[in-house]
Design a protein around this ligand. Structure first.
Ligand code: PEP
Length: 264
């Protein structure tokens, strides 16, 4: 298997948006797009990370579609199982609710919500133990890029989770999302060449960690939109996109998924 045979992933991250009524409208519009021009399962994996409030209802909406669309939790508790952890949702509860994917390490959680390496590793360990697949986000700040530290920072973030990911879990239980922090929600994107260069470095770094380095999906995130998706999709080491702002529009998100589907 070579990198080019990885089925791409396009994942929408809705963050702390939108209200329940909008979710239903989004689901209807996205379904219409898929009805008009289907995207085959083997061309592109599609997933959406809504707030916890909409996770289950959106999952139910997706059961009526002509293809699988996954739901992804935006976060998971650092504590396993059940217990007195007010406000938290554990990996086991997600698994009980048939939610099989979770985002961990998004820069907003690292920067604003206190998720350090120890917490991230605990979250990933419990998610993997519960059978979930983890979308693990990495990325450098603008200052780190300007100081020439981007590569070292990103590769260290990948290495940080080695203690909690077993050799066989890298291939199909970990998806890496490279999201340069300066490109998230700013309208600035890394150029496709710069993104490809970092993705190639990440894959090279993965070679020291797992024999499955060529089979690990590495997504790009940072102001991906319909206008630039095809450029990223054309890069050999970019296996999909994590999409914030543009995923709030069903038609924009569909177009991005269609761009990556066209890659195969
Ligand atoms: C994100 O939040 O993961 C993201 C990539 O956001 P945006 O697409 O809005 O930059």
């Amino acid at each position: 298997m070579s990198v080019s045979t990885i089925v791409p992933w396009v994942i929408g991250n809705w963050k702390m948006n939108p209200a329940t009524a909008d979710v239903q409208k989004w689901a209807q519009q996205f379904n219409q797009c898929l009805q008009l021009a289907p995207i085959a399962q083997q061309q592109c994996n599609i997933a959406v990370a809504p707030t916890y409030l909409s996770l289950i209802s959106l999952k139910e909406n997706f059961t009526g579609y002509n293809r699988t669309v996954h739901v992804v939790a935006q976060d998971v508790s650092r504590f396993p199982g059940t217990g007195a952890y007010t406000g938290d949702i554990s990996a086991q509860l997600l698994q009980d609710a048939h939610v099989s994917y979770v985002l961990v390490g998004h820069s907003e959680r690292r920067e604003l919500l206190g998720d350090d390496t120890q917490i991230l590793c605990a979250k990933i360990k419990h998610a993997l133990d519960a059978g979930l697949t983890v979308v693990y986000c990495v990325g450098e700040s603008l200052a780190q890029r300007e100081n020439g530290e981007a590569e070292a920072v990103v590769l260290q973030q990948v290495k940080d989770i080695v203690p909690v990911v077993s050799a066989d879990q890298w291939e199909d239980r970990i998806i890496i999302a490279y999201e340069p922090i300066w490109a998230i929600g700013t309208g600035k994107t890394a150029s496709a060449d710069d993104a490809q260069a970092m993705h190639a470095k990440i894959r090279e770094g993965l070679k020291q960690i797992t024999a499955a380095s060529d089979r690990v999906a590495i997504l790009y995130g940072g102001s991906v939109k319909p206008e630039n998706a095809a450029d990223f999709a054309a890069c050999p080491d970019i296996n999909g996109a994590l999409v914030g702002g543009a995923s709030l529009s069903a038609t924009s998100f569909y177009k991005i998924a269609a761009s990556f589907a066209g890659k195969k």
